[in-house]
Design a protein around this ligand. Structure first.
Ligand code: BES
Ligand code: ZN
Length: 590
């Protein structure tokens, strides 16, 4: 297929990596991974091979025991350095020995004080979208897939977990060796490693959870229903092909809610509420085991193929497990969110189209919720056009036809046209995919549970404050919808009142706090600042942190506080979060 991934130096005409054997030493003192990696290519290479890398300290490149000529011959702030290996004469394996940089973008090295237990350091990786290259040189594009094995050596007392099958553990002197293999081919962004003081609890026959001993029991209770979720997901999407499905609970600085690393979803601890109220996040990451991990976007321009499909699957599974009333409530809440984002970015911006603009290098900086919900709404239109039964048969066929492959939006549309041609008669597919904004001609979502909230919001606008009784039995998404629907600025006394009747303190839910803080900041509630600092110093989930930062930069009274506040908490955050906040502050001229 002749396409170019603008986020990678990869030249597919040179060949493709098929397998990698890793030996990884984890060094907390120097904050580096010491790695020997042996690569096997699909076919012998002639001449040159380009690999993506980012601040990799290369010691050796060898082929057949001989040194291989190599240089870093191109570099870019976002893409990193192009490692040019030269002089291959028909060989298909080579070995690189190297060290990662303490500034590796994929890795966060945490001090003991940043963990739940406080006694052991922690390391975790986040490779999506283009950060695998800071862990190992590779063809860092989702259009290349490889299998791997790994031998990971960690200081004694720590446990290594990978998004792979664990094949053995061996105690050495002062260190422990963990062995893994990943027999299913994955794209580089799904490579993942976590190291810490980890305990494990079994949840079901193929499900379990890794977490620090301090949180593992709460996590096991919160996510006890994971097995049931897999059973439901399989009905919609086909057999689960990855073996086990475990979770790894990370420290709160993890920049995402969840990351769908195969066999081992990485998860924010902010999902542990003690109520099982935020397990739609698991439904989402689990659905990626099909939509994303099995059938993968070929480039980050086609990101909606991963996230839109996953969000669609998430809504379908939520409908079965939590009922239509709840999935409708989610839909109304999410529709409002995505419309607000489109309005902010600009209805004419190419970044609001499903197929994202060509030539972008920084896949992280154009990540918004648009591919998620606009993508999901587009797939719902397709479903309505042909009926659920036929669409469900199409889903199963799509998964089976493209499993363990990557595809572009165009390849998907070809398949859709061949299988469900009526969709193109009833839905303006071109508009949905290639044009900016949200098409007006679409099924609008309604929700009885949302209408209840709307009544209270309308009352408030007319000066009637809600009572504690009115909001007491609300579903979590009703509270979210309420906070989302409040006027931008409120009297400070009202904020304190609402916080009390909604019992935000007791709920301890970062999703609620981020909305509350954003409104509080816009309203000039200055005494909230220490709590905002505490929030920004612990929570790394960008979906929650970035709106709070935006509110701080937008309100006149708080603008001057943002930069110093950020500098105080900067070290506690992942590079990805730091880069995103920096981007925000620069745009705001701070
Ligand atoms: N794959 C994404 C996370 C991601 C996106 C990492 C882009 C790097 C670049 C993951 O599946 C995700 O979407 N997480 C969401 C939660 C979801 C329920 C919307 C998140 O992190 O908030
Ligand atoms: Zn996702």
């Amino acid at each position: 297929m002749a396409f170019k991934d603008s986020a990678s130096y990869t030249d597919l005409s040179q060949g493709r990596i098929r397998h990698i054997d890793f030996r990884i030493g984890v060094n907390f003192a120097t904050r580096t991974l010491e790695i020997e990696a042996t690569y096997r290519l699909q076919e012998p290479v002639r001449g040159s091979l380009y690999l993506d890398s980012y601040k990799i300290d290369l010691t050796h490149a060898r082929v057949n025991g001989q040194d291989l000529e190599c240089e870093f011959d191109a570099s870019d702030d976002v893409l990193g350095e192009r490692l040019h290996l030269k002089g291959f004469e028909g060989e298909s394996t080579f070995t690189l020995t190297f060290r990662t940089s303490p500034e590796a973008r994929a890795l966060q090295w945490l001090n003991a004080s940043q963990t739940a237990g406080g006694n052991y350091p922690f390391l975790f990786s986040q490779c999506q979208a283009i950060h695998a290259r800071s862990v190992f040189p590779c063809q860092d594009t989702p259009s290349v897939r490889f299998t791997y094995s790994a031998e990971v050596t960690v200081p004694q007392g720590l446990v290594a977990a990978m998004a792979a099958e664990k094949t053995g553990v061996e105690e050495g002197s002062g260190q422990t060796i963990f062995r893994f293999q990943m027999p299913q081919p994955i794209p580089s962004y799904l490579f993942a490693l976590g190291v810490g003081n980890l305990a494990f609890r079994e949840l079901g026959p193929r499900t379990g959870v890794y977490a620090e001993p301090e949180t593992v029991d709460a996590a096991a209770w919160e996510f006890a229903e994971n097995e049931t979720k897999i059973v439901e997901a399989e009905k919609l999407l086909g057999p689960y092909l990855w073996g086990r499905y475990d979770l790894l609970i990370l420290p709160p600085s993890f920049p995402y809610g969840g990351m769908e690393n195969p066999r081992l979803t990485f998860l924010t601890p902010t999902a542990i509420l003690g109520t099982r109220g935020h397990t739609s996040l698991i439904t989402h990451e689990l659905a990626h085991a099909w939509t994303g991990n099995l059938v993968t976007n070929a480039t980050w321009q086609d990101f909606w193929l991963n996230e839109g499909w996953t969000t669609y699957a998430e809504t379908r599974i939520t409908e079965v497990l939590e009922g239509k009333e709840v999935s409708d409530l989610h839909a109304v809440y999410d529709e409002k969110r995505v419309l607000a984002v489109i309005e902010r970015i600009g209805v004419d911006s190419p970044h609001t189209a499903l197929k994202l603009p060509a030539g972008e290098k920084d896949a992280d900086s154009f990540t918004t919720i648009i591919p998620y919900y606009k993508g999901c709404f587009f797939l719902q239109e397709c479903e309505y056009a042909v009926g659920r039964e036929r669409f469900d048969a199409f889903i199963q066929k799509y998964m089976a036809r493209f499993q363990f492959q990557s595809l572009t939006t165009e390849a998907f549309l070809d398949f859709l046209k061949a299988e469900l041609p009526e969709v193109f008669e009833k839905v303006n597919v071109h508009k949905w995919i290639y044009e900016p904004g949200m098409p007006e001609e679409r099924q609008k979502h309604t929700s009885r549970l949302y209408d209840e909230v709307k009544q209270v919001l309308d009352g408030y606008e007319q000066g009637i404050k809600p009572t504690r009784e009115q909001v007491q039995g609300w579903h979590r998404y009703q509270i979210l919808s309420f906070l989302q629907g409040l006027p931008r600025k409120l009297p400070v006394e009202d904020l304190a009142y609402l916080e009390d009747i909604l019992e935000l303190e007791k709920r301890n839910d970062a999703a609620l706090f981020h909305l509350f803080y954003a409104t509080a900041i816009a309203s000039g509630y200055e005494s909230i600042l220490p709590r905002v600092e505490q929030f920004m110093g612990t929570i790394g989930r960008m979906l929650y942190v970035l709106p709070v930062v935006r509110a701080l930069t937008e309100a006149e009274w708080s603008r001057g506080y943002v930069r110093p506040l950020f500098e105080r908490v900067r070290d506690r955050h992942h590079q990805i979060t730091v880069n995103a906040i920096e981007g925000f502050l620069k745009k705001a001229g701070l």
